[in-house]
Design a protein around this ligand. Structure first.
Ligand code: FAD
Length: 500
């Protein structure tokens, strides 16, 4: 504890390799001691307590009420932390979330401690963003990575993998908070998968659809990565796994706020629908196999207890926090985005409560916060790919897909092998599935070629339907013509009126 103002004054402006925190409080307050205890397991930060008796010092530092938290940065700059709720958990959570503050060795004793660097070097250009917002760019980049990189490690989808993929696309098509051109892509993909009577689908066929080879207008999914809320301070940090969490949180929230959209699907009235699909997707496809094992263990333990769509939202939130807690201090943690219990008090003060210095969540407030944060209405379009119908661009750039990978390193390698247009996957299909080849041929071929008219793309199905309609209406007109001619003749004969 600091006893004199000269101790404190000597610290101000001084450069240290760590943050220095001073909690000012009254003599009978325990918050300072509690925050010191909370932060003992963390490195790059030192917490002190000071009594609020020196009014002159408090005035100099701009402190008008206690308890207050004063922060001295490693570069010597200092200032009062603006904390709305002066609770132990709020102070501690704020300090744990400071860049480069991370859990000490112990829980992760194999990891070397990191030293705070004033100017933590980055190998990527940093984009300013608002932590309280969701970004379309993250969701679409995640979907792009999932469909064009993660899935590319599977040459063929069959059995449980195919079923999982089909169900996942159905859920995405119904619940993904995407822009119109992305939703149209998901709809086309979903309809195509449902109409395919095959029990084996080559990945190439899916990629052709994702790349809009049929040139259906109004369909487009960005073909490059643009992380915003998921950007890492280094290229190997954050990115895809972060976006996958965000996608699944969004899906659970959409499932709770508009359950009616799942009507007439296999998931109608299934409160666990999104969680079940997530569990199967992570098990079958997620590149990080270690993560998949951990997630499966958590799901096995408690997912069956979920009875409503809102409980599903809360289940995923709770489990994500368990993962955050386990990974705090791990090498995969980005010092610029420390693993903390989320939402932090600055994002949702009402979510945090405290009784006798012990933190608790106000789950009603957490649910309300999650519904608002992951709501489709709150998503920012900043940095998102402009909404253009770019099927030609997709074709041109398909060879330039990103090689960055977080989960499985061989993904990008495998993807590079796909640089040239593939041999006809139709031939493979016909060879592999002799009984169903005619059908599949019809489905794939019919959607492959198209005609553009007045800016609209028409597939062969559309053109065939036009021809059939044309012939049918011509026949109908001919039948009507003959019918009236015969009737008019009979009439003439019956009444013998030559002038009619
Ligand atoms: C299913 C799954 C399991 C994983 N398991 C492991 C593992 O076992 N080991 C491992 O090393 N890595 C694992 N990962 C990766 C890890 O969880 C992080 O995604 C990765 O380290 C990137 O972290 P991040 O800082 O971007 O934040 P993330 O944890 O990815 O979070 C992304 C964003 O979600 C929001 N968020 C954070 N917490 C919550 C919450 N509780 N509820 C709702 N939203 C929240 C925040 O806005 C945050 O920025 C897993 C990923 C997934 C998708």
């Amino acid at each position: 504890m600091f006893n004199s103002s000269s101790d404190i004054n000597s610290l101000l402006g001084q450069k240290e390799p760590h943050y220095t925190v001073i909690i000012f409080e009254s003599e009978n307050s325990y918050i300072g001691r509690e925050v010191i205890m909370d932060l003992m397991q963390y490195e790059n930060i030192l917490v002190h307590r000071a009594l609020s008796s020196d009014k002159a010092l408090l005035e100099t530092l701009g402190i008008v009420s206690v308890p207050s938290c004063y922060l001295i940065y490693p570069n010597g700059t200092h200032g009062l932390i603006n904390i709305a709720k002066p609770l132990r958990s709020v102070f501690s959570s704020h300090l744990k979330a400071l860049p480069s503050v991370r859990k000490k060795v112990g829980a992760h004793s194999d990891y070397p401690p990191r030293v705070v660097q004033e100017d933590d070097k980055q190998d990527v250009a940093w984009k300013e963003y608002d932590k309280s917002k969701m970004y379309t760019a993250d969701l679409e980049s995640g979907l792009h990575y999932l469909l064009r990189v993660e899935l590319a490690t599977h040459q063929t989808l069959e059995g449980e993998k195919l079923k999982t993929f089909k169900d996942f696309i159905t859920i995405l098509y119904k619940l993904f908070p995407g822009r119109l051109h992305v939703m149209k892509l998901l709809e086309t993909l979903q309809e195509w998968l449902v109409s395919m009577p095959l029990d084996k689908i080559p990945y190439d066929a899916i990629l052709d659809l994702v790349n809009n080879k049929m040139r259906i207008s109004g369909i487009f999914l960005t073909n490059h990565i643009q992380w915003v809320g998921c950007q890492g301070s280094r290229s190997q940090l954050r990115g895809y796994p972060c976006s996958l969490w965000k996608i699944f949180h969004s899906l659970t929230v959409q499932g709770a706020t508009q359950p009616e959209v799942l009507a007439n699907t296999a998931f109608e009235n299934d409160a666990q629908a999104v969680l079940k699909i997530m569990r199967r997707y992570i098990r079958e496809f997620f590149g990080c196999r270690e993560c998949a094992k951990h997630f499966e263990a958590m799901a096995k333990e408690s997912v069956d207890a979920v009875k409503t769509a809102e409980e599903a939202v809360m289940w995923l939130w709770r489990k994500h926090n368990v993962v955050n807690n386990r990974l705090a201090g791990a090498p995969s943690e980005d010092p610029k985005s420390p693993k903390v219990q989320w939402p932090t008090p600055d994002l949702c003060p009402a979510c945090h409560e405290e009784e006798g210095g012990v933190h608790s969540w106000n789950e009603k407030e957490v649910l309300a916060f999650l519904k608002q944060h992951y709501s489709s209405k709150e998503i920012s379009l900043q940095y998102a790919d402009p909404n253009t119908d770019q099927h030609d661009v997709v074709d041109e750039k398909r060879d330039k897909l990103p090689t960055k990978n977080t989960g499985s390193d061989n993904n990008s390698e495998k993807h590079k092998q796909r640089e040239h247009p593939r041999p006809e996957f139709l031939d493979k299909l016909i060879q592999n599935q002799p009984n169903k080849s005619k059908n599949s041929n019809y489905h794939l071929e019919s959607s492959k070629t198209s005609v553009t008219f007045l800016g609209l793309g028409f597939s062969n199905i559309d053109m065939s339907l036009c021809v059939v309609l044309y012939i049918t209406s011509s026949l109908f007109l001919m039948v009507m013509y003959f019918f009236f001619r015969v009737r008019s003749r009979r009439w003439k004969i019956r009444y013998n009126r030559p002038y009619v």
